[in-house]
Design a protein around this ligand. Sequence first.
Ligand code: HEM
Length: 524
Amino acid sequence: MPPAPKQKQEYTLEQVQSHNSEEDLWIIIDGRVYDMTKFAQFHPGGATVLYDVAGKDATEQFYGLHRQSVLVKYGPKYEIGTVKGQTPKVEFPSPGTISKVPYAEASGFQGLPTPYYKESHLKFREAVRTFCETQLEKDAWTLDEAGEYASTETWEKMGQFGLLASRIGPGPHLHAFCKMGGKLPGGIKPEEFDYFHEMIAHEEVSKIATPGYVDSLGSGMVIGLPPVLYFGKPAIRDRVVAEVLSGKKRICLAITEAGAGSDVAAITTTAKLSEDGKHYIVNGTKKWITNGAFCDYFSTAVRTGKGHAGISMLLIERGDGLETEGIKTSYSPSAGTAYITYENVKVPVENLLGKEGQGFQVIMFNFNHERWFIVAGITRAMRLVNEECFKWAHQRKVFGKMLIEQPVIRQKLAKMISEVEAVHAWLELITHQMNNMDYKEAALKLAGPIALLKLRCTRVAHDVSDDSCQIFGGRAITRTGMGRVIEGFQRTYKFAAILGGSEEIMADLGVRQAMRVFPIHSKL
Ligand code: HEM
């Protein structure tokens, strides 16, 4: 929340100037007067720097060294009034508002004509952004640094607000969810809800910009629930979907193993039918499972036979024989990235997702949605990085002028902005196409374009990370302070280039899909 302007006292410049000693230290930041006398000795930047500006206007020094959030946190405690004749100019956006920084939002949200976004998308974005900023963002950074998972209360809050349901996409499950008393953000009706609403939900969560903690807010669910939703037996599906969307239970997708990443067919975790035919007995391990450390359910790929046709999907509940252990990644442990061990885990045959031996199809069916979701998240993260760079370039002075006045910085910004706008425009087009196809048709026709979009997106992320680091300098490798968002991005953007299929696999898949529909008799 922005600090409430304190109009209770107005001081003349001369009055402020007279409080200019270590024992009586006032400063001005953007027309507001702060009494720093007691704070000076606790100031993380040291007391001396404050003594140097005692009784003076320190706006430029302050905004050259601090994020706005510092004033939001400490301002109300130390602000004592305003300067007569000066009106504070710096904006403190209220929760849910759209940024006015150029290219910080998709142009359709900054008032330009758009074929995609309707009133319901604007309403939805405002509601989700307000929720994220007021309910999730305020302690995200502290929890991410501490490596803590999102609490059960946070999950239930997300469930009640309809954020979890919004991240699984349109479909009959939303009607079921609302019939059972659930609500969607912004009062959107299930029949209005489309893939743009879902895309917005992913974007807004990604904008929280604490990559590990952001993943702990449901990335496992986004990829782990669809196999149950589309391939689970009705009784199990209805129970599990209701539990997960309300935030009472958590689910993740367990496919990759130490010896099987993008090469899904190499998985070795086995599921053997028990003698009475009532259970599968699962043995093996899984690695890099997002949210695995704290989930209740695991949509797990298992081997029930040989080759591609020997892969099946099982819904496995945490219980005897299933152990999870956190893996240390470049992310915060908040993401709950886990190594999973299955030792003689008994799974009822009813928990088979799809048919035995058709696990590969179940996995492929969901991969497009997973990749599209990764693209939505990383693109939004890049937009935020660009916004931070644009602001920083207007804040930071070097060699006597603003960074933005240096042509080399404008060149970098031009590249970053144009690349992000291009991938986002492709994302919007594909999302529009998803809205106009059923899930099956989209899985077939959009697999190639989504793979190529993901490839382009993570290549752009590489460039954006590189350029933003050069713009932010030392702050881009410092976890706290001005470059916090850039530091988090450069440390973690590679996740998107590997998860859900590596760049190399995306490139190959994209072209092979195009080869399938190439009219073979076309000649030069
Ligand atoms: C309301 C007034 C101020 C408050 C509440 C405040 C608070 C803080 C805080 C919380 C930090 C740590 C920032 C972080 O790492 O996230 C910090 C750092 C710092 N502050 Fe202040 N500050 C104020 C004014 C000033 C002024 C006027 C100056 C300079 C004249 C200054 C100079 C510095 C410096 C040099 C650092 C270290 C920055 C770095 O490591 O990059 N501060 N301040």
